[in-house]
Design a protein around this ligand. Structure first.
Ligand code: HEC
Length: 99
């Protein structure tokens, strides 16, 4: 039992370390669209193709709870709360590359 738990932990941390932007974006697509082409819940800006630095800055500010552009900052805070800086960077680069 213990061994299985450790193996799962290791597998999990490998995934996190890889910080795959495309995989991380899967949970964002429901609101922002498969290609980041939708205004999320009819509120947010269209995020595809935004400069990576801007997306990274926004996501860090949502995580810190200091950004609320359309009255739904708290919702985005929940979306990014568990992401590391590496995850956020990978996501920002992926979203920025979407056409
Ligand atoms: C439940 C719907 C939902 C999900 C899931 C979601 N978002 Fe959002 N997102 C929103 C809303 C609503 C806003 C506007 C927040 C505000 O008021 O500032 C937003 C704002 C943003 C913005 C800023 C856009 C702007 O208007 O300037 C970025 C970047 C962003 N989200 C990226 C992400 C990423 C990356 C994920 C996945 C980790 C994600 N979102 C998941 C709904 C969602």
């Amino acid at each position: 039992m213990k061994k299985i738990a450790i193996a799962m932990l290791l597998a999990g941390s490998t995934l996190v370390m890889a910080a795959d932007g495309a995989a991380l974006f899967a949970k964002c697509a429901g609101c922002h669209g498969q290609n980041g082409e939708k205004p999320a819940l009819g509120k947010s800006a269209v995020i595809k193709g935004l400069p990576a630095a801007k997306i990274e800055e926004d996501l860090k500010a949502y995580k810190a709870g200091t950004l609320n552009q359309h009255g739904m900052g708290a919702l985005m805070k929940g979306q990014v709360a568990a992401l590391s800086d590496e995850d956020i960077k990978a996501l920002a680069e992926y979203i920025s590359s979407l056409k």
